[in-house]
Design a protein around this ligand. Structure first.
Ligand SMILES: Nc1nc2c(ncn2[C@@H]2O[C@H](COP(=O)(O)OP(=O)(O)OP(=O)(O)O)[C@@H](O)[C@H]2O)c(=O)[nH]1
Ligand SMILES: [Mg+2]
Length: 245
């Protein structure tokens, strides 16, 4: 149970109290968004189930950005976690500046937490700020953080029906990263077509990339997709990857 939102349970917080919490969050999110716009930082809210591969994608992104032509792109991470610094430590080890936002009992990040987190990363100097949300397919979708784009990591091991069962998050996604595709040969019962079909039912503008943080498959495409949303465009062109249409 999340102490701050009551996870939408009207026995914990009546509807009007929950509405006020969200209104306050929206104000803080607008403030964050103004910061990001003023400093030309593209903020990416990376969401998904626990263990869907969010941190692994960020590690793979860090590795890809070390390639010639991409080093000039400045990237940082705020990693939401209930209790540990594990994810931020992994990302720092991969060569990207990263700090944890420790939420305690909260099952999602909110805009005020992100604002406080900004004090610990040199965000004004970044081209991209990735905000790895707490692993959860429900609550993070409700809280605007001031991000420019929402990305959801959905792993091939989670079940083909997850977009239909947790539509709110997928409805808000600008992109779904279908992760751990290197495992597909071991999962003959999993159909990528079915997952894509289910995503097409709930996403207003379906956009899916198949990636493997383990093999690196799809990571260039992911970086090309990011290039369509900010300054990675020039780096992608420099490496011959080209800009996303
Ligand atoms: N085979 C394979 N395993 C992966 C891949 N990506 C992540 N994993 C594994 O999946 C597990 C979870 O990955 P994480 O990156 O920690 O997942 P996460 O979404 O950040 O997890 P939380 O932050 O706890 O929600 C780890 O054991 C990873 O090694 C992948 O592309 N292929
Ligand atoms: Mg993680």
């Amino acid at each position: 149970m999340c102490d701050s939102c009551g996870c939408g349970d009207s026995h914990v917080f009546p509807f009007d109290v929950h509405e006020r919490i969200l209104a306050g969050n929206d104000r803080a999110a607008r403030h964050n968004r103004e910061h990001f716009r003023d400093h030309h930082v593209v903020a990416v809210n990376l969401m998904g189930s626990p263990g869907s591969g969010k941190t692994a994608v960020l590690e793979a992104t860090a590795r890809a950005l070390r390639q010639p032509g991409s080093e000039a792109v400045k990237v940082g991470v705020l990693a939401g976690d209930l209790a540990t610094d594990n994810d931020a430590a992994r990302i720092r080890a991969a060569g990207i500046v990263a700090e944890s936002i420790t939420t305690g009992s909260a099952c999602h990040l909110d805009a005020a937490m992100v604002h406080r987190g900004l004090q610990h990363v040199p965000w004004r100097t970044l081209d991209y700020l990735f905000i790895e949300n707490v692993g959860n397919l429900v609550c993070p979708a409700v809280y605007d953080l001031g991000q420019d784009v929402n990305v959801v990591a959905l792993s091939v091991t989670e079940g083909e029906d997850k977009p239909l069962k947790y539509p709110t998050m997928f409805r808000k996604a600008d992109l779904v990263l279908l992760t751990k595709v290197d495992l597909l040969p071991q999962l003959p019962e999993v159909s990528v077509n079915t997952i894509e079909h289910n995503l097409s039912i709930v996403m207003p503008a379906p956009a899916v990339l198949l990636v493997s943080a383990k093999t690196g498959l799809g990571i260039d495409e992911w970086i090309r997709w990011l290039s369509g949303h900010g300054r990675l465009r020039s780096a992608a062109c420099a490496t011959g990857a080209g800009a996303m249409a």
